[in-house]
Each structure stands twice: as C-alpha cells, then as structure tokens.
Design a protein around this ligand. Structure first.
Ligand code: PLP
Length: 407
C-alpha cells in the first residue's frame, strides 16, 4: 500500500505567486482591456549579453559535430567552470579547491535539496521574511509538527524577525539552533548584511556547531565595496557555512538555468568529520542529478571574466537603474522605502496602516501596478510590499508614473 508524504499537508496556504496571479487574472477578467504593469515577480527581462550567447553558440557548434559532441558531463559540473569559480572567488581573497564547487541547474533546487544532508531533528532558523523555499523544503523534510494559524508561524522553526527597528538584519538566535538560512542581499527586504553582522552569525555557528546556509543569489548587486558579497569573506566561515549561488540574476540566466553550491571540505557539524559533508553532497548530486546543461555551463564560464563579466555588470547596472527610479518614485508619493541600493528589491512600507494585501489590491485596482505583498514572505513582512526592479525601463517608468498620478 502506497502512502503519501504527509508533510506536504502541513504546508500553509497556497504559494504566494499563484495567489498574486489569481487576483490579477480575476481583476483582468472583470476589467477587460486594462493594461497592468508588473513589478512583482523577480524574473529577468533583458536579453542575454551577446558575449554569453556567443560562448553558448560555440558550444552548440561543438555539439553539432560528431567529433566534438559530448553527452553527459560530470555531475558536479565541468572542471573548467569549477576552476573559473575558484578564480572568481579569489577576488574576495577566498581560496577554494574546485572540488568544493558543485554546479547545478539553479539555486532554488539546491536551496530546497540541501536540507537532505541534515538530520530531521535539526532546529532551523531563518530570516523572517524569507524566500519561501527555505521554509517549505524543511516543512516537507519533516522538521515541523505543523502550522500554527493563530501565530502565523510553523511550530519548531525559529523566525529571526527582520524589521524596521533592526534595519532588517536580525540578531543571532537567542536559543540554540542548528541550521540557519541567511540571504544577503536579501530577497525580499533588499537589506545587505555587513561584515560585522555576518561575523556574528559565523561566531554563533562555530560556537554552537550550527551550519549557515547562505544564499548569495544577488551578490553582484552589491555596489558598496565595504559590504561582503560572499559569506566566505568572513574568517572561519569555511568551518560552518555552505553558500548557494546562481547565474539567474547576475547573468540573466533565469531561463537558461545555472547555479552553484560551495560545500567547503572544512565544514563540520556536531557529528561529522572534516570533508564528510562535502562527500555527502557529492554523493547526493552523483546519485540524484545528472549535471547542468553543458550549453549553459559554457555561458556561465563566459560570465565570470573578461568581456562576459563586463557585460553582466552592465546588465546588473540596468536593473539597478530601475531600482533607483522605483525608489525615488515611491518616496516621492510619501512611501517609506528600504533596500534598492545594493539589491534589486525595494521594500516599501504600506501607507495608512494598510495590510500588505490591502495595499497590493489598491495598487492593482487604482494604479494598475502589480507588486508582491510582503506578508507572503513571512509574518514580519506584514505591512510591506516588495517592488521588483526586473522589467523593461519603459514599463518601470510607466508604472511609477501611474503610482505618482493615482496615489
Ligand atoms: N535565491 C533567491 C534568494 C532568489 O530570490 C531566487 C530567485 O528569485 C533564487 C535563489 C532562485 O535562483 P535560481 O533561478 O538559480 O533557481
């Protein structure tokens, strides 16, 4: 008799983006002909840099020739790309061995799968609000007894509140936790942890034999030189951190699909030996994953240096130009805004004590602009909205003009 994984039934109400789509479609059905401007989902919109396209085309040429054709590659990723990443991280003064890198088809799957390495009894902590995959993967992994409707939180999980008072950077947990998810620059708040703030978490993790799962998917959006782009810029992080990263936002690969995860050999948990967690992830990937697309990996390699890197910087700068326009526009109508300086997301406080969904509905119906309600990312996201700078410049300008006109 087959049975289902009952942890799925513990997942709280529908995923945020389907609910946004439902409300948006309902409005459009009832108001035919209305043109909506979307500043909601964090999906890239600008075309791929030509230098990256050329590298992928060259790979395709090799694949179209019998003599140079390649089938499956290494599950861990092409050695050249892993070595390219070693070099990329050396900019931060961080030295790795290429076997500490695992190439994936994107950060989301790695962020969801990484919990498989850890015991079910581990207590997890995460920034609240957070990118939903950290929470949901641990619900499915069986680390909560269920969702507490009254509190709006999952039982057994530790929510590290990110709020206006702490500048959206939480303090280390005041209880003992085992796995800590950190995302910086943060989705959705746009906050970036400075070196001291990250160091506090590294110190906490080393003291408590906890492990930090650091998501750096927006690392290239950090403009201030004194802000860290990788957790491994902090001394001691190799003993206590895994970093998950992506080419999606830094190189426009949301559709191409490519990411990486660093599992340092020095990383240890309370009960593991040096190198064991790296070996476990290697084993996991070799068994459950057949490697990222070789075409995508050729593009990824091109993105890491030379013209490719410069072109990716230009792409990031384009979105950051949008972020500037959005932040200035929202502030001009009296909204209090955070983020958007070293991240593509602007975290805006709702006016007149509106809830996140109330303000979402107002912007949808009155301004015809779609944003993301902050409460969808966790209880501390209530009374905020996330505005994404991913969009064509002309659409961003139109959306902001509409907000200015109608608010
Ligand atoms: N991590 C964060 C914080 C994100 O915001 C996103 C996408 O929005 C991802 C990971 C997903 O990255 P990928 O496209 O590589 O799966």
């Amino acid at each position: 008799m087959a049975t289902i994984n009952n942890n799925f039934s513990k997942l709280s109400a529908g995923y945020l983006f389907p609910e946004i789509a439902r409300r948006t479609n309902k409005y459009l059905n009832e108001n035919k002909g209305v043109e909506l401007m979307k500043l909601g989902i964090g999906n890239t919109t600008e075309s791929l840099p030509l230098s990256l396209v050329d590298a992928m085309k060259a790979k395709l040429d090799l694949l179209s020739n019998r003599d140079t054709y390649l089938g499956y590659g290494d599950e861990q990723g092409d050695t050249t790309l892993r070595e390219g990443l070693v070099k990329y991280y050396s900019r931060y003064g961080v030295k790795f061995d290429s076997t500490e890198f695992f190439i994936s088809d994107g950060a989301k799957a790695d962020a969801a799968n990484i919990q498989e390495l850890f015991g079910r009894e581990n207590i997890i902590a995460f920034q609240d609000p957070a990118y939903p995959v950290y929470v949901d993967s641990n619900v499915v992994g069986g680390r909560t007894s269920g969702f507490d409707d009254e509190k709006g939180c999952y039982n057994n999980f530790v929510y590290l509140s990110c709020n206006e008072e702490n500048g959206f950077i939480p303090d280390v947990p005041d209880t003992k936790v085992d796995l800590i998810y950190l995302c910086s620059p943060n989705n959705p708040t746009g906050a970036v942890m400075n070196h001291d703030q990250l160091k506090k978490f590294v110190d906490y993790a080393r003291k408590n034999k906890a492990i930090i799962l650091f998501d750096g998917a927006y690392s290239e959006y950090v403009k201030d030189d004194d802000l860290p782009r990788s957790i491994f810029e902090v001394e001691g992080a190799k003993e206590c951190a895994i970093e998950i990263n992506s080419f999606s936002k830094n190189a426009g690969f949301t559709g191409v699909r490519l990411g990486w995860t660093i599992v340092p050999k020095d990383l240890v948990s309370e009960d593991s030996e040096v190198g064991q967690i790296n070996s476990m992830w290697n084993r996991r990937q070799c068994t459950f994953f057949n490697g990222a697309s070789n075409i995508a990996q050729a593009g990824g390699l091109a993105a890491l240096s030379g013209q490719g890197y410069e072109d990716c910087r230009a792409l990031v700068n384009y979105y950051m130009g949008n972020a500037k326009i959005i932040k200035k526009g929202l502030e001009s109508v009296g909204l209090t805004c955070f983020g958007g300086d070293n991240s593509p997301y602007i975290w805006a406080k709702t006016p007149n004590n509106m809830t996140s969904w109330e303000f979402f509905d107002f912007l949808l119906k009155v301004c015809h602009v779609v944003v993301t309600p902050g409460s969808g990312f966790g209880p501390s996201g209530e009374s905020f909205i996330r505005v994404s700078s991913y969009g064509h410049r002309e659409n961003v300008e139109k959306a902001i003009a509409s907000i200015k006109e109608n608010m």
